[in-house]
Design a protein around this ligand. Sequence first.
Ligand code: AMP
Ligand code: GLY
Length: 449
Amino acid sequence: MPTRILVVGGGGREHALAWKLAGEPGVNEVIVAPGSEAIELEPRVRCVRDVDPLDPASVVKAARVAAVELVVVGPEAPLAAGLADALRAAGIPVFGPSKAAAMLETSKAFCHEVAAAAGVATARARAFTGGEAAAAEAFIRELSAGGALAVLKADGLAAGKGVIVTDSEEQALDLVPSFLRHRPGDRPALVIEERLAGPEASLIAICDGRRPIALPAARDHKRLCDGDTGPNTGGMGAFSPLPDLDPAAVERIIETVHRPILMEMARRGTPFHGFLYAGLVLTADGPRLLECNARLGDPEAQVILPLLGGALGPWLLAAARGGLPADAPALLPALPGAAVGIVLAARGYPGEPRRGDPIEGLGAARAMGALVFHAGTVGRPGGGFGTNGGRVLAVVGRGPDHGSAREAAERAADAIDWPGMQRRRDIGGPRQVPVPAGVPAGVPAGAAG
Ligand code: AMP
Ligand code: GLY
């Protein structure tokens, strides 16, 4: 049981992590580096604002000064910068993958290579270097001849925004030069995948290098606008659990996706310790892996963590110290009911967001019992908060089923406003919460949770 934990990051996912860990039995203090003014308001949470998560030395120093027993790394960029390696080298238990293992997220081409070696079902895909425009075009035509559309992905970190899901062969062909232009040479620049159809699922597991324990599954909503239209974003809302992925199905995915990937990574000498996030499409032919992330999802974490039935810290500490117990459960126990999280985004997102708009209604939303996690806010001189990023808040409602959780989230989100605020109004709605097989027709989807 860790009593002092350092969480690295300062967005909505880290707000949810700090809130969850600080509320667990035996935890005296959660330190968040750099955190934010809003995160600091949580009980038993303190922020050290002068730490740069991308500078491993400054995080190691903060961990030593605060005498923490565990460091949990939230975002991907510090992992890609080797933060977990630096902490391990300093003898500080850290839950988060090494730079080499985080390549599962930082390179889509590497992720496909590992998935293929591990025998994990993915979308058909090929990687192309900056000089391979003709081969990329030929692959798009080949997909098209087989009746498939293409998805173009920039290789490398792009915060979910380097992906274009195309609607025609012509559109895909037109886009190839824009993906290759800035990446000359022989490194992978572009991954082209067959476009899959089906609902998406985010299934995240706590991993100790060998063993995975599943968190409740969640569904993100990547497109900006209702009905899954508009540009891709980092995620406009999420809900959990998934009525179309029961515990047995979750366990099958853990055994056919997460465990083989862990084995392949260990075989390569780069074992994966941390949250292994599988982004999946549930196709008619079964689940297919779209991407791996080396961290919790954002906004998935904001709905998953409030649903956990017990403490998270002891599992993370065990994994960080070298091993989850052999009798660990396959699935972390969850509370009954559901959680729905609605992201409130600034004007301009996913392009350049407008900053500094005063946010109204935060107190009212919390008074309704909603959880309000801050992703991009800044304290205002006279009190209150202003917008300070693309995704600004995630408002999370909970209830005995998806319908009531959605109502709670909607009501609280309705209380919050600022000029130009953007949000979706269909998160967790009937289109995304299917009625599981066996439930008689006529029962509203929201009642099926
Ligand atoms: P990624 O960053 O790879 O998860 O892609 C971002 C989003 O693009 C995903 O969450 C999907 O909504 C969509 N997407 C990516 N790859 C595919 C694919 N092969 N087929 C259909 N949609 C996809
Ligand atoms: N919400 C998707 C992600 O965190 O990558």
